[in-house]
Design a protein around this ligand. Structure first.
Ligand code: ADP
Ligand code: MG
Length: 774
């Protein structure tokens, strides 16, 4: 180690020479000047002193003030300056992979380096990191995974947790783990960074850790709500321009499902607010126009109109449009590209910004366009706090973001657009005032804004805890409920107990709450446990192809579209795919048809003809790849998997696997003379929603079957469990089991026994073509 010490000292002085050379170069000086203009730079000494004197420091400051790019650099530079550069190891976590990548690129270029020298990044399946990398940007998930093998974060000197105001599940979880780690690693420094001022909560969580606020400066931003926009532009809303285009229909359809799943108080309070609102200060035309406004849909036409209004009438400056997600962004982009002004590249540079964009596209976002060209960026809430685009003067805000929410009734997490909080709205507005006074257009009336909640509920309080519980177990953190009781804001005991109970029932935890073999496999797959089980069995039984499609399909927005005015046509189109009464198999067929059509570049036409969402199809395609690589990591699919082919299209097998995964969210049909009733496996009550949405108390109903079939499935389930628990992955045994399974199911699902009602694969699918009552 004395030798090691020497080597590190030598590397440290090399690092220092390099840093000095850069800072003395022309480019380096210019860069330093830019950095010095950032508000964070003025607090550099305060911040470094606080970190030196305290184990935990909390830093807040407005978005764009330089927290993410500067603070990790201050630490690195001060270590390098004191010739200890090669001894430090700084990890800075980001909630999203895209920000980890873009920030690391930026910081490397501020230091005049390439990625992989002193600065690197690591996200799942990707990373650039070298021997001398001292500052690593990574996703929160990557750090959690590292803790799995390295409980004490050996060698790490500083951990910076960024964007803590977002209160994501992973970040809240990481904070509990780090809080436990601090006494074991007294020399480890923890720095938390937040874009909002409510950092006291964190300070008291870390025993009164000091708070540093970076004062920022923004130019005033003029705020326009829908009523002002209509008045200013003379635009009129009519019922037809709310639903007359494809995007609008989809939005409408999607959000029609949303209220059912949302924490209803927000939705209803927006509706209440609208009902109670009085627009009497406005002209009758505006009042009439507002009465046409539909809170469930984003006005694509209105956005298009407003953008062209800005292009024709406003001063130069980039426009940032906040949308809910990638699918809306791309629909809107298609629409705008067909517009005479907005689609003209000599006048408008139209860009998108979202979690899955390519890095070449990312760079364009930060560049200034040529004179006379207006930059318009369509973005998700990623540009709210994690990515800062400098030259923005105009902001359009649709008022919504996709949020994972959780329906306690059907115990399923879902990603749905919902109204943002007041704090988010302020962040969005603030984006317009960075370089000069700006304008912010909110595409909803003021009264709706007034009904927003102040803050968003932390994810840990609004989503199911099953995956989190598995993670706690895989990190060997002891009792789940004891551990979670130490969270910043603890979830309800009942929610924790439900999650544990569920994991025991599905065989991921044993009686003593220990992880089983199945549980360990599930922790390697970042999907809901029930979907993870389907993937695992699909891999073992070698019918991965359809299973990948099904699981991917259940993780994206329903690809089957039902436009209001073409409902019958849409249902008929879907029926072609689901002649065997299975939504899951319909999904597989629809995807395969699309894949074929894509070969001739006809995927879009195919979707249009068959009432499918091309966006969902593309998303399924990339998720399939991702799941496949995850399964390879688990070691479940090599060797034998290729040795037994030809099962992929055995629908009975696929159905058995789905049933296996969805248990206990299945129920049986009990026939009487004339009627029938539904029973859960525990003979619990089943609630059948009149609008066709099926739910049952305590679980999500996905499978209908006769008692005899159910029993057989259940006994097969036990065999499957044993297979996985004992890792009996021997091809002979798998083959044997497969034959058993197939013949048993063939027998049971023979024509006269099958009533022809089937699977409802997701809570928002309508069982349109499936007769519920025989
Ligand atoms: P914060 O984390 O406080 O929101 P950042 O450190 O991300 O702020 O950004 C500070 C400033 O650095 C931004 O205001 C922007 O001017 C500049 N910046 C950040 N990333 C880039 C980039 N990739 N390209 C150009 N400028 C950037
Ligand atoms: Mg930041």
């Amino acid at each position: 180690t004395a030798v090691m010490e020497k080597i590190l000292l030598r590397r440290s002085s090399l690092l220092r020479d390099q840093q000095q050379a850069w800072q003395e170069s022309l480019e380096g000086r210019e860069m330093l000047e830019f950095r010095q203009s950032l508000p964070a730079y003025k607090e550099k000494d305060t911040i470094l002193t606080a970190i030196l004197q305290n184990q935990v420091v909390i830093i807040s400051g407005e978005t764009g003030c330089g927290k993410t790019t500067q603070i990790p650099q201050f630490i690195l530079e001060s270590e390098i300056d004191s010739a200890r550069g090669a001894f430090c190891s700084i990890i800075c976590t980001q909630p999203r992979r895209i920000s980890a990548i873009s920030v690391s690129e930026r910081v490397a270029s501020e230091r005049g380096e390439k990625l992989g020298e002193s600065v690197g990044y690591k996200v799942r399946l990707e990373g650039i990191k070298g021997r001398d990398t001292r500052l690593l940007f990574c996703t929160t998930g990557i750090l959690l995974r590292r803790l799995l093998v390295d409980r004490n974060l050996k060698g790490v000197t500083h951990v910076i947790v960024d964007e803590i105001h977002e209160r994501g599940m992973n970040e809240d979880f990481l904070l509990i783990v780090l809080k436990d780690l601090l006494p074991r690693r007294p020399e480890l420094k923890l720095i938390l960074m937040s874009a909002t001022l409510d950092a006291e909560l964190f300070s008291s969580y870390f025993d009164g850790a000091p708070l540093i606020h970076i004062p920022g400066f923004t130019y005033p931003v003029r705020t326009h709500f829908l009523e002002n926009i209509l008045e200013m532009t003379g635009y009129r809303l009519t019922p037809s321009n709310q639903i007359d285009d494809y995007g609008q229909e989809r939005m409408w359809k999607m959000s029609k499902q949303a209220p059912r799943k949302r924490k209803s108080q927000i939705v209803s309070s927006v509706e209440d607010a609208l009902r109670a609102a009085d627009f009497k200060d406005f002209s009758p035309q505006i009042q009439e126009s507002l009465s046409c406004w539909n809170p469930d849909c984003i006005g694509f036409n209105l956005i298009e109109y407003l953008l062209s209004y800005i292009c024709e009438n406003e001063r130069p400056g980039a426009v940032l449009v906040f949308m809910t997600g990638w699918d809306d962004i791309s629909s809107l982009k298609d629409k705008l590209q067909a517009h005479p002004v907005l689609g003209d590249p000599s006048r408008v540079l139209l860009l998108t910004c979202h979690g899955s964009m390519a890095s070449s596209e990312q760079k364009l976002i930060f560049e200034e366009p040529e004179d006379g060209v207006r930059k318009i960026v369509l973005t998700t809430n990623i540009a709210e706090t994690s990515i800062t685009i400098n030259d923005v003067v105009f902001v359009l805000d649709c008022g919504k973001a996709k949020e994972t929410s959780y329906d306690a009734l059907n115990n399923t997490p879902c990603l749905l657009p919902s109204w943002v909080s007041k704090v988010s709205t302020q962040q969005r507005r603030g984006r317009a005032g960075r370089v000069q006074p700006g304008e912010c257009y909110h595409l909803y009336p003021r009264c709706v804004y007034d009904a927003f909640t102040e803050y968003q509920l932390p994810e840990i309080l609004r989503t199911p805890l099953q995956s989190l519980c598995l993670q706690i177990k895989s990190l060997k953190l002891g009792s789940i409920s004891e551990f979670l009781s130490r969270a910043l804001q603890s979830p309800k005991l009942l929610a924790v107990q439900n999650a544990i109970e569920y994991l025991k029932v599905i065989g991921a935890l044993d009686e003593n709450e220990n992880l089983t073999v199945l549980g360990r496999y599930l922790t390697m797959l970042p999907v809901e446990p029930k979907l993870g089980k389907i993937l695992i069995l699909g891999a073992i039984l070698n019918c991965l192809d359809p299973v990948l499609t099904i699981v991917a399909g259940l993780s994206v927005r329903d690809p089957f579209l039902t436009p209001l005015d073409k409902k019958d046509l849409a249902e008929a189109a879907k029926l072609q795919f689901s002649h065997d009464h299975s939504d899951h198999l319909a999904l597989v067929r629809a995807y395969e048809g699309w894949k074929e059509a894509e070969k001739d570049l006809a995927g879009y036409d195919y979707c249009w003809k068959n009432f499918l969402s091309a966006q969902s199809m593309k998303a399924i395609d990339s998720l399939r790849e991702e799941f496949l690589s995850l399964l390879k990591d688990t070691g479940l699919i090599d060797g034998y998997a290729t040795s037994c082919n030809g099962w992929s299209y055995d629908q009975h097998l696929i159905r058995a696997i789905i049933c296996y995964g969805l248990y206990p969210g299945i129920c049986s049909v009990v026939h009487n003379e004339k009627s029938f009733s539904l029973k859960t496996m525990e003979d619990g009550p089943v609630l059948l929603y009149s609008d066709g949405h099926l739910k049952m108390l305590g679980g999500y109903l996905e499978f209908f079957m006769q008692p005899a079939i159910a029993e057989k499935y259940l006994s097969l389930r036990r065999e499957f469990d044993e297979l996985i628990q004992n890792k009996l992955l021997n091809p002979q045994i798998v083959l044997h089991l497969h034959h058993e399974l197939i013949s048993a199911i063939r027998l049971l699902v023979s024509e006269d026994q099958c009533d022809g009602r089937f699977v409802f694969g997701r809570p928002d699918l309508k069982p349109s073509n499936m007769p519920v009552v025989p």
